[in-house]
Write a protein that binds this ligand. Structure first.
Ligand code: FAD
Ligand code: NAD
Length: 465
């Protein structure tokens, strides 16, 4: 079977590998000369590289001496920091090239567009054009930042996350529009390095959609590293005047406009599905009101031989979601009966402390009129957290009031990103809070916070609280 995949991000390249493993003849088309998509080139990996570097600097300046370590006054070689990030990207994208070769996947560099529901035109990077017929095609073209015209995005001082990951100088002041995942992760990077960061957010809280208590706790800790929050503010416009940016916002329920200035403005107000240049009009594929490709629960479009996965369809814009859909589609095409539980896709914010969630929030449960009980345990009561002085945060478990089944877990604290998987596994197997509470957890670890929260949910049995 001849399969063509458009886009070599985590959705596309993972799908390609699984299709090849299942014996298909696979070609992947990618418009950039570097594989890995947003995630490897301008997303997950570079942002985490800078989060790690900036966290080291912050620890050296603020925490080492508490541990009895004196290193003098640390300084920043910003171009070296950015260079290390680029090297991390390079190693990762080379790894994907190796995997393509190993799995005998044909890689074509160029922009793919549909000629019909069985044929693509590829405008190759060397300017030549080829046509490619397929039995099955998978669209994995991802997403791009939303940049309204009034925000005058110019890649110079008015930037998106893409440019914020490769700046040439350390900004003195940065305005960030949006207290979502990107705003808070990139805001953390620059605030830790000494930039005066101000985040403007339309809602009255950080991280809309995630657990409210976690968001409140995160706001407190991010304020402590110097980030200023202007909440309930709707940003109207941004313009660059010489080497400064001028931003105009208004409070949600007021008419008056306020100006604010800084060196840089990062626009982080969400991403849109990217279908430009696909010419899907040559097929009967439909898009929804947000421009995302419409698919059914098997990721099938209106054309039965064309599928779509990842950021370009509905659902959270996350690399692991794109990967799972890639595997799902490959196995579905091969005639298997794969399953993917979209409800249990964990979400993580890699600030410090980290925030991680899986399943329902309290807001969801209230909307659905499901009665629930809460088990909560603070990190400051954990021996491991005391040893490392990572005392901020808590584990919150939401369990069904009648059956005790775990319905949602929300963690803010050190290593939350890794801890959340215990909850996801438990929930996949429909564990109750009591099930978790009766499993022996190693001491001293942060995972004891999950056990204690589970004990708290089942009859207030927490031991260390
Ligand atoms: P993409 O990774 O966007 O890949 C799509 C690919 O298709 C691109 O390479 C593009 O060039 C190519 N393409 C598009 N159109 C064509 C065409 N016509 N012809 C040929 N090629 C084409 N997610 C997480 O899970 N964890 C994180 O920590 C995380 N951090 C992030 C940090 C930032 C700053 C950003 C911006 C995103 C982050 N994300 C994170 C989100 C994650 O990057 C995306 O969810 C993920 O990359 C989506 O994968 P995808 O395969 O659907 O699309
Ligand atoms: P987001 O949707 O997470 O947050 C955007 C924020 O901007 C919202 O809080 C919204 O209320 C606010 N906003 C919108 N318009 C505004 C205006 N005019 N004025 C003030 N505030 C405004 O979007 P994002 O942070 O850009 O991230 C995009 C996607 O990238 C997310 O869907 C996320 O899944 C993905 N991502 C994931 C990770 C991760 O998994 N750790 C990291 C980065 C990005």
């Amino acid at each position: 079977m001849k399969v063509v995949i458009i886009g070599a991000g985590p959705g596309g390249y993972v799908c390609a590998i699984r299709c090849a493993q299942l014996g298909m003849d696979v070609t992947i088309v990618e418009k950039y000369n570097s594989l890995g998509g947003t995630c490897l080139n301008v997303g997950c990996i570079p942002s985490k590289a800078l989060l790690d570097s900036s966290e080291h600097f912050y620890q050296a300046t603020h925490q080492f001496s508490t541990h009895g370590i004196e290193v003098g006054k640390p300084t920043i070689d910003f171009s070296k920091m950015i260079g290390r990030k680029s090297e991390v990207i390079n190693q990762n994208t080379k790894g994907i090239e190796f995997l393509m070769k190993k799995n005998k996947i044909v890689v074509i560099q160029g922009v793919a567009s549909f000629l019909s529901n069985q044929k693509l035109k590829i405008h190759k990077t060397d300017d030549s054009i080829v046509e490619l017929e397929f039995d099955k095609c998978i669209i994995a073209t991802g997403s791009k930042p939303i940049t309204p015209p009034s925000f005058q995005y110019n890649k110079d001082r008015i930037i998106t996350s893409t440019e914020a990951l490769s700046l040439k100088e350390l900004p003195k002041e940065m305005l960030i529009v949006g207290a979502g995942v990107i705003g808070l992760e990139m805001g953390s990077v620059y605030a830790r390095l000494g930039t005066k960061v101000t985040v403007l957010e339309y809602m009255d809280r950080l991280l809309p959609g995630m657990d409210f208590d976690c968001a409140k706790e995160l706001q407190k800790t991010l304020k402590a590293i110097g980030i200023e929050f202007l909440l309930g503010k709707s940003v109207q416009s941004v313009e660059q005047i010489k080497q400064k940016v001028k931003l105009i916002y208004k409070s949600k329920d007021a008419e008056a406009m306020t100006n604010i200035e800084a060196d840089y403005c990062l626009i982080a107000i969400g991403r849109r599905a990217f279908t430009d240049s696909l010419n899907i009009e040559a097929t009967s594929i439909a898009k929804d009101e947000k421009g995302r490709i419409t698919v059914n629960s098997n990721c099938e479009t209106a054309e039965k031989n064309i599928f779509a996965i990842g950021d370009v369809i509905h659902g959270p814009m996350l690399a692991h979601k794109a990967e799972e859909e890639g595997v799902f589609v490959a196995e579905y095409i091969a005639g298997q009966k794969p399953a993917l539980n979209h409800h249990l896709i964990p979400g993580v914010v890699y600030t410090w402390p980290e925030v991680a969630s899986v399943g329902y929030t309290e807001e969801h449960l209230k909307e659905k009129s499901i009665k629930y009980k809460i088990g909560k345990f603070p990190f400051k009561a954990l021996g491991r957290a005391r040893a490392s002085m990572d005392l901020d945060g808590f584990v919150k478990i939401l369990a069904d009031a009648n059956t005790d089944e775990v319905l949602g877990v929300h963690i803010i604290g050190a290593r939350a990103a890794d801890l959340i998987m215990e909850a996801a596994v438990a929930m996949e197997f429909k564990a109750t809070a009591e099930d978790i509470s009766r499993i022996c957890h190693p001491h001293p670890t942060f995972s004891e916070g999950i056990k204690e929260a589970a004990l708290d949910a089942t009859g207030k049995r927490a031991i260390h609280m």
